[in-house]
Ligand binder design. Structure first.
Ligand code: HEM
Length: 102
């Protein structure tokens, strides 16, 4: 689903921007989190299914859990589950462009 040429820098940029959006969404909500809403539409155009778009955030959470190991507490786990549910709700609530035009 990623582009075949020049994919590595784009993946790196995407991951970095996604992490900034997550931190902002979980924290001050100064504006970076809006990237999540806006990228839903560009990814419709890239052909990225919305379920996969949402799964990207869960993969980040899984990686962090692996890195933290025994330091991954029940509190951290609950906070991530809430965050993932909230992000999923935002993504699924965005209407597809074709729906909006109809
Ligand atoms: C597995 C899920 C995802 C796939 C398959 C995917 C795929 C893509 C593709 C194909 C592009 C276009 C690259 C190009 O040709 O220039 C792109 C760009 C981008 N994606 Fe994703 N994406 C995913 C998840 C996300 C998420 C969750 C976010 C952030 C909320 C995100 C943010 C971006 C941004 C900001 C760009 C522009 C990158 C840049 O030019 O700096 N993506 N993505």
């Amino acid at each position: 689903m990623f582009r075949t040429e020049g994919s590595e820098p784009v993946k790196g940029s995407m991951l970095s921007l996604t992490i900034e959006a997550i931190l902002d969404f979980a924290g001050e909500r100064r504006g970076h989190f809006r990237l999540i809403e806006s990228e839903v539409f560009s990814h419709d155009a890239y052909g990225t299914p919305r379920e996969l778009f949402v799964a990207f955030f869960a993969v980040i959470a899984d990686c962090l859990r692996d890195i933290l190991g025994e330091h991954w507490s029940a509190e951290i786990d609950a906070a991530w589950h809430k965050l993932l549910r909230d992000i999923e709700a935002i993504v699924l609530q965005q209407k597809h462009l074709v729906d909006a035009k109809a």
